[in-house]
Each structure stands twice: as structure tokens, then as C-alpha cells.
Write a protein that binds this ligand. Structure first.
Ligand SMILES: Nc1ncnc2c1ncn2[C@@H]1O[C@H](COP(=O)(O)OP(=O)(O)OP(=O)(O)O)[C@@H](O)[C@H]1O
Ligand code: SF4
Ligand SMILES: [Mg+2]
Length: 302
């Protein structure tokens, strides 16, 4: 019999389990071109979630570029890879791609032909490492213009984002924020396992990425099932069938209608269904708070 489980790599299709809510939530955020910080301890399934999300978004005809910051030792290699990936995600026609790459000032096209005659077009930095940051920004500006011209929505996913610290401290954060803020055709997911670094980036008011996007935390499935804190999670778990005819099902603590996803109310998205709703829930989106180690909840009750 074939083993129904796979472990150790990127899992897809039937091997990818249990992340439907997170996928739908990320999809909604990306269709709206928002910015999301995806945070969890190591091996909680962020990268698998992101690869499966890319397949889902591409089916929605969005363009996606994934980059793992861990693979790039300096800004120079990061700038060339990010620009190469984003431009290639938007332009698949090789001739147009080459013409476009030729228009860069600080990055120049590097074209190679493999033994089968396929052309691969990449970029290399035409300036010294000290100018790598401005090359990175040049690349991002081009990408935004190209997405606008093609009338395409682009999602840039930067995995191991907490590694940004290894470059030139907060200078790169400031530069990136100033460019990202101007963009209207690109959504971002910044994913990372260094929780304190990631949360400091998004929550510390002295940091450039402060409140740039919402924080989404991946929890361990077992914790959520055995000890749900959020009223919605409690209602879902209470509704799970128990194979015992004598068992009296509790009435789920839930009411009303699901909020419109295309026009969500301000404040908590669950407010229209929550029996414990308070005034603050109607206008302030709850932020994630750690209720016990590794288990965070976004709800004003905590
Ligand atoms: N939804 C899932 N269904 C089944 N298996 C999964 C799922 N998500 C992750 N896994 C398994 O867990 C392993 C770790 O997942 P993944 O590499 O995505 O975690 P990560 O949070 O990105 O870890 P790291 O922080 O180390 O990069 C994968 O190799 C895969 O085998
Ligand atoms: S924030 Fe308020 S409305 Fe939302 S789940 Fe918590 S109590 Fe309910
Ligand atoms: Mg990972």
C-alpha cells in the first residue's frame, strides 16, 4: 500500500493537508494586493503553504515570484534574482523580455543558451556592490511599471525574510518600504521563522516596516484543536461530530451572517457572528497576541 504521507520536502496535492482556511485568507489578501507578514516557528509549514498558494493564485491568472532570502549572501545577488524572477513572472515572451532587460541601467541582461537551444535570460549587476541597493529599487520600479502596463496583479513572496537583517541593517528596510509604499500592482508576503525579528519589524514603531502589513501566524494544528481560544475556532471545534449516540451536541456559540469578503467590516471580521462581540470589535482589527508559547490569537477578549 502506498504511504499516504510525505515528509521532508514541499508537499502538494493530496499530501498537502489542513491549510484550507489559511490558503483562502492569503488568497483574499493577495487578490487585494495587500501586504502580509507570515510568521511561525520552524517546520510549521510556511514554505509548503506558499508553494501551494502560488499554484492557486496562478490559476486565478495572477503572476507570482517566490524568492528565498536565505539563498542570497549579499544585496547584489538578491537584487539580480528578485528583479529577474519578477520580470520573468510578468513577461513570458523571450524577445520582449530581452528588450526589456536591455533597458535597465544598473542591471544588465545575461543571456545563456542551454544544450537544447533554449534561451535563459537573467540579469547581472552592472555596478559595484555599494550601488546594489539602488539597483534593487530600480528593479522594483520597473516591475511595478511592467505590471501596470500588462494590467496584471503580481505577488512577490519573500521567504526567510528575517534574513534581511544580515544585509545592511535597517537601510535596506527603509529603502524597500519607500518603494513598496508607492506600488499599486504588487502584493507581498514576507515569511519568516525568526519570530522576534519578524514581529519587531512589523510592530516596532521605530522600524521602517512598522504596520506595513498585517501579521498572520501559523499555529500548530494540535494546539488549536485541543485548546481553541478564538470564539470562531471554539465554534468550529464544538461542531465536530462525536461518534457517540448519547452525546448531546453543544449549541455552537455563533449567530448571524458571514461578513462580505469583498467588503469586510472594519474591526474584527468575525463580529457579525460572534456572541461575545464588544464595541471595540466593531472598529479595531484585533492584533495577534501570544496566549501561551507558540499559540497566538487575534481577538479582543485576550
Ligand atoms: N500542509 C501540510 N500537509 C502535510 N505536510 C506538511 C504540510 N505543511 C508542511 N508539511 C511537512 O512539514 C515539513 C516542513 O514544512 P515547511 O518546510 O513548509 O515548513 P517551514 O515553516 O517553511 O519551515 P522552515 O522555517 O524550516 O523553512 C515539510 O517538509 C512537509 O513535509
Ligand atoms: S475580536 Fe470581538 S468579535 Fe472578534 S472574535 Fe474576539 S470577541 Fe468576537
Ligand atoms: Mg520554509
Amino acid at each position: 500500500m502506498e504511504n499516504p504521507f510525505k515528509y521532508g520536502g514541499i508537499v502538494r496535492g493530496p499530501y498537502f493537508a489542513n491549510r484550507r482556511n489559511e490558503m483562502n485568507e492569503l488568497k483574499r489578501e493577495m487578490l487585494n494586493l495587500n501586504r502580509v507578514f507570515l510568521v511561525s516557528p520552524r517546520r510549521f509549514g510556511k514554505t509548503c503553504l506558499l508553494f501551494n498558494l502560488i499554484e492557486m493564485l496562478e490559476r486565478e491568472t495572477m503572476a507570482c515570484a517566490y524568492i528565498d532570502l536565505n539563498a542570497f549572501p549579499d544585496i547584489k545577488s538578491f537584487a539580480t534574482a528578485l528583479t529577474g524572477f519578477t520580470v520573468r513572472a510578468l513577461e513570458t515572451n523571450k524577445d520582449k523580455l530581452l528588450r526589456m532587460l536591455a533597458g535597465f541601467q544598473k542591471l544588465r541582461p545575461k543571456v545563456s543558451v542551454d544544450p537544447d537551444g533554449n534561451i535563459t535570460a537573467g540579469l547581472e549587476l552592472a555596478v559595484a556592490e555599494k550601488d546594489a541597493l539602488s539597483a534593487l529599487l530600480e528593479g522594483l520600479r520597473h516591475t511595478e511599471k511592467l505590471a501596470a502596463k500588462k494590467k496584471k496583479k503580481l505577488v512577490i513572496i519573500i521567504d526567510e525574510f528575517s534574513d534581511l537583517d544580515k544585509f545592511n541593517g535597517q537601510t535596506i528596510e527603509k529603502a524597500l518600504r519607500s518603494e513598496i509604499q508607492k506600488q499599486t500592482h504588487i502584493g507581498y508576503i514576507f515569511s519568516g521563522s525568526e519570530q522576534s525579528t519578524m514581529l519587531a519589524m512589523a510592530r516596532d514603531r521605530t522600524r521602517a516596516f512598522y504596520k506595513l502589513g498585517r501579521i498572520m501566524e501559523l499555529g500548530r494544528t494540535k494546539d488549536v484543536i485541543t485548546d481553541p481560544h478564538h470564539p470562531y475556532a471554539q465554534a468550529l471545534i464544538a461542531a465536530v461530530p462525536i461518534p457517540d449516540p448519547a452525546y448531546k451536541r453543544p449549541i455552537p456559540k455563533i449567530k448571524g451572517e458571514v461578513a462580505q469578503p469583498i467588503d469586510p467590516p472594519p474591526g474584527c471580521r468575525f463580529q457579525t457572528r460572534c456572541l461575545q462581540v464588544m464595541d471595540v470589535c466593531r472598529d479595531t482589527q484585533p492584533q495577534l497576541k501570544e496566549v501561551k508559547p507558540g499559540h497566538a490569537v487575534a481577538c479582543h477578549l485576550y
